[in-house]
Every structure is written in C-alpha cells, then in structure tokens.
Design a protein around this ligand. Sequence first.
Ligand code: C2O
Ligand code: CU
Length: 464
Amino acid sequence: MTAVTRRKLLRTAAIAGAGGIGLSAIGKVGSWAAAPPEPVLLKTARIQAKLMDVGQTKNVLTYGDAGMPPVLRMKKGEPFAARLVNAIDDPTTIHWHGIRVPNKMDGVPFLVQPYVYTGDHFDYAFTPPDAGTFWYHPHCNTLEQMGHGLTGVIVVENPNDPQFDAEVVINLRDWRLGDDGQFIDQFRPRDAARSGTYGTVRTANWLDQPQFDAPAGGLVRLRAAITDVTRVYAFRVEGAEAMVIALDGNPVPQRFAPDALQLGPGQRLELAIRMPDDEGAVVSLGDVRGTKPKILATLRAVGTSLKRGLRDLAPLEINPVQQVDLAAAEHISLSLSATAENVPSDGICGSLGYSFWAINKVPWPGDTSDPTAPLAELKLGKSYVIDMENLTPQSHPIHLHGMSFKVLSSSTRPVQPMISDTYLIQPNEKVQLGFVADNQGDWLLHCHIIEHQKSGMTSYVRVA
Ligand code: C2O
Ligand code: CU
C-alpha cells in the first residue's frame, strides 16, 4: 500500500497500529500450526474525546487508552485471539459482527457466554473463514455502550486480493451530543417506536469530514462500516469513478456505481475508487439520504497519475460460504411488526423499558434466565430459506449471527444474489434469504437499529 501521508490518515494508521501490537505477531505465528496467536488486548475505558469544537466530550467509551477503537486486522484462515478486559463500571461482551465464529465466541450474554463484569476478562479466539470488512461491538447494554463509542472496524485480509494503491478504512457513526458537547438522552421513546433516535453530531473515524490523500490516477479500496445505532445511509461518490466491489464482507456478484445505495446500521460498503489524474483534485463520499445531505469524508489526489483503470481490477475471491440447496430447503416464516404488548425485562444488559416491536408477533423480553423459545430449531447441515416480511412503515437492517445468507428474491425490487449477514428490509417488502445451517449453537437474529433490537425486534435460531 502506498503511503498516504495526510495527518488525519496518519492518525488512523497510528490508531490501527496501537491496537494491532499483537497483530504482526499473528502473521508470523499463523504459519506454525500449533502456536496460538498473541492476543490483542481490548480494554474498555471511559475517556474524554474531542468530537465537537466546543471542547472535550466526557464519558466517551472506547477500547484502548485514547481515540476511536482500533481497526483490527486479521487474516483469512489464520487464528486470531483477543482478550477483553472490562475496566468500565458496566458488564460487557464483544460480538464480532459478520464473522462466522464458533458459538461460544459470539459474545451474546446469557445465550452463549457469561457477562464480563467490571475487573473481569474474557478470552476470544477464532479463525475468520471469510475475508472482507467486518466490525466489533458489545452485546450488553448496547444502546448506551455503542452510543458512547464502543464500535470498531475489522479488516480481514486476503493475500490473494487484487492490488490497490491505497486503502482507507472509515468508521461511520453519530453521537447524541448537546450544544455543550456533552451526551444527551440516548433515545426518545416516540422515536424508538418509529425509525429510531438519530444522533446530533455525525463523524467518520470520530472526525468531522476527514480528508485522506491518495495517489492521483490510483485505485483506492475504501472500506466503510456503518457502526451507528440508528442511521440508514444513502451513499454517493462525487469527483471520481467508483464501483461497489463488496458489501457486508462479501464480493458483490456484479459491480455497480454507488448511486444513492442505501445501507443500514451494521452494514459495510467496499468501494474501488479511481482517483482523478490531476494533483489536488478532491473526491467526496457523501450520504444523500433525507433532507440534509452530508459529505462524510474526502480523498485528495496527490503525485503524478498512476494511470490505473477500474476495469483492470481483478474480481475479489469468493468467500467459502456453503451453497444453499433450494430444492431441499425448508422455509421459515418471519414477520416484523409493531406491538402494543409490554414485556418487562429482568436482564442486566439494559432494557429500554418499552416493547414496540415483535418478530412473529413475539416481542423479545431481553436477556433473561428464561428466554423465549427459539424462532426455529434447525438441523445442522440442512438448507433453509427465511421468508421475511416487513409489516411496518420503517426499514429494518436485520442481522443474523453465526451464518451468512444469500439474498434470493425481493417482492419490491431487483436484487443481486449477494452473500451477507445483514439485510435492510424496506417497508412492505418481502424477501427470501437462503442459508445452510452449518454452524452449531444459538444464533441471535435482530434489527440493528438498536432501539428496535432492545424494544422487541430480536429472536434467535437454534442449530443442533
Ligand atoms: Cu452487530 Cu447482534 O449484532
Ligand atoms: Cu428495526
């Protein structure tokens, strides 16, 4: 990767380096079959951070000592290990969003692992089977912990990837801050019952509109993860030719221009951007959804043109996800609806105190010692098709843990047969998602608008 020299990128790189102290070791250890990798230390911390011009915001949460949680780098098919040390006054866990990990490593309290209390630690170890862009976050008291900062990006590298001239990794998220730069109420009930409560300050890598330098005429691999708790984005690139090469950690079957492409919380966008030939030319990545379009980040062309071509870019390698057998698949009906029922939660991982939403008419009661029955009991190795229907006027990014699905069809729009872990279902849409139940355990399925997740729109499937 060509050195990208601007200060803001250096800051990102430095952050990635800080979190990646164990990572260079992993690369070496990977070739010895027996030696476990050096664990990356992920220690929760309550810090101050500059998110607005008015000064430091207090009560920001991160992993590490300062700034954004590190960008974690893993290698496809090589063991990874991390030790979560909990140094905040709230139980926590880590979920590796989109990575097909063994059930015990999935980070969901009660369902698969104990809470990690203040002062305790938990060791995570797994081998990522797929290359791509993923992310990590707690799965306990998530509205509060993620809302205050605990969301980080993961890059799983593949040595067989095509050659880019630069890579830019962007963590997209909002903050609910008042004019004084301090946190305000994390949600409003009437918004939680609609599209969710939006943040007031929008950032990329915890910065307002960072600029990255990239070689003129070069090919940039831009990886963006929507780690926000609420916001749905519509992406557009201006000032350069750009192609979507991967979504949600998997190559897209057909590349396309990101013309107001909508993606929701939990989803990841990978673009190949062909930088302009002229030094100083600026390319922007914007969110054009709703009435207030926003430039999220910019790229500035530097040096003499490398004269690369987007069309020369070889395809990304397909991840080893099993092919669903449609002829033999059993169908699972799943409906998303609003509810008026009230279910009190006795869990300690944070209840909003409301239930507004339901899956198959059942509002999830929160993490309890007596959870509701699974949505479906699946047979290990068998193919399934989820027939999912959205009966609400809002869109919902529905995320399945532990397994990747293929998007088979939609009632309202043409869809590519993409492999993904999160599908943004639109109002009144019906969609079919096919997958092989090849990972044993209890796997959560929920809306990634965290207020929806925490007020009923959660369930799970059991694979045995
Ligand atoms: Cu990204 Cu259940 O989570
Ligand atoms: Cu939702």
